[in-house]
Write a protein that binds this ligand. Structure first.
Ligand code: HEM
Ligand code: HEM
Length: 215
């Protein structure tokens, strides 16, 4: 009777624990940042509070101009910005952690190796692999976008030390938000599409790490 043998795989999983931790923490916090903006400018619409408060007070016979009420509405905006700032600082620490993770990736976990493997398959006429190469480049682009968000965000946090570039930083920060939204929308749609077409299990690979890639 042939002896049964157990193969113990020592090859690293497709997605390292560090990458997975970074991915889900970063995803949650980026979505939370977008929520703070949604509350500030769409749901609470802090800028319109003072005139509306002024109207309601006038109905009660209290006459206070919107300008005199700004001190009150600023309490609301400060509360929302405090969340934005602390989430932003956590995101900055996470991005630094992602840099550390990139040095700890082993073998096929490395982005360079993932791109090389996809390019190899694309060279043999695999169209899906060719798309995968572009998706990987889009991830690299997103890391640049995130870095811009973090650097301009930190300039705004410490604006007292950066008065001369504060205005530019704010404009870049605001514009870059649209790139973040575009990436998130395309990414989530792309992952869903991959899950139901050529890459079922892609999401659980980002949760449990996935099987080891063959060397
Ligand atoms: C909540 C829904 C999300 C799901 C289901 C999801 C799922 C995934 C999956 C399955 C991958 C691996 C894809 C692959 O191997 O090609 C991935 C990678 C990635 N995701 Fe997400 N994601 C989500 C949200 C986000 C958000 C909100 C962000 C950023 C704002 C983000 C940024 C990234 C990045 C940068 C990568 C590439 C990681 C790397 O290999 O360096 N994801 N995501
Ligand atoms: C990645 C997702 C992020 C998004 C979508 C986002 C979006 C925005 C937007 C739209 C504004 C308003 C700009 C304006 O008033 O013109 C803003 C302001 C600001 N952001 Fe972010 N941001 C993000 C990340 C960060 C990070 C990582 C930090 C800090 C490290 C940060 C810190 C700030 C600060 C300090 C302000 C100014 C708040 C104020 O006016 O008091 N943000 N952000």
């Amino acid at each position: 009777m042939p002896s049964s043998s157990t193969t113990i795989s020592v090859a690293p999983r497709h997605n390292s624990a560090g990458l997975r931790f970074w991915h889900w923490s970063n995803a949650a916090l980026v979505l939370a940042q977008l929520l703070t903006i949604l509350f500030m400018f769409v749901i609470v619409k802090v800028k319109t509070l003072a005139p509306e408060f002024s109207k309601v007070l006038a109905e009660k016979g209290v006459n206070m101009a919107p300008e005199d009420l700004r001190g009150l509405t600023r309490i609301v905006s400060h509360r929302i910005w405090d969340w934005h700032i602390w989430i932003g600082i956590t995101l900055s620490v996470l991005l630094a952690f992602r840099v550390v993770v990139s040095f700890l990736q082993r073998g096929r976990q490395r982005t360079g190796a993932k791109i090389a493997a996809l390019k190899g398959r694309a060279a043999q006429g695999d169209i899906v692999a060719q798309q995968g190469v572009w998706v990987r480049y889009a991830y690299r682009g997103f890391y640049v976008v995130l870095a811009v968000m973090v650097v301009t965000g930190l300039i705004l946090v410490f604006e007292d030390n950066f008065r001369s570039i504060e205005h530019t930083a704010k404009e870049v920060h605001e514009f870059t938000m649209y790139l973040v939204i575009a990436f998130v929308a395309a990414h989530i749609a792309g992952v869903f599409r991959a899950e139901v077409t050529h890459d079922p299990g892609i999401v659980s690979d980002m949760i449990n790490g996935g099987a080891s890639d063959e060397e």
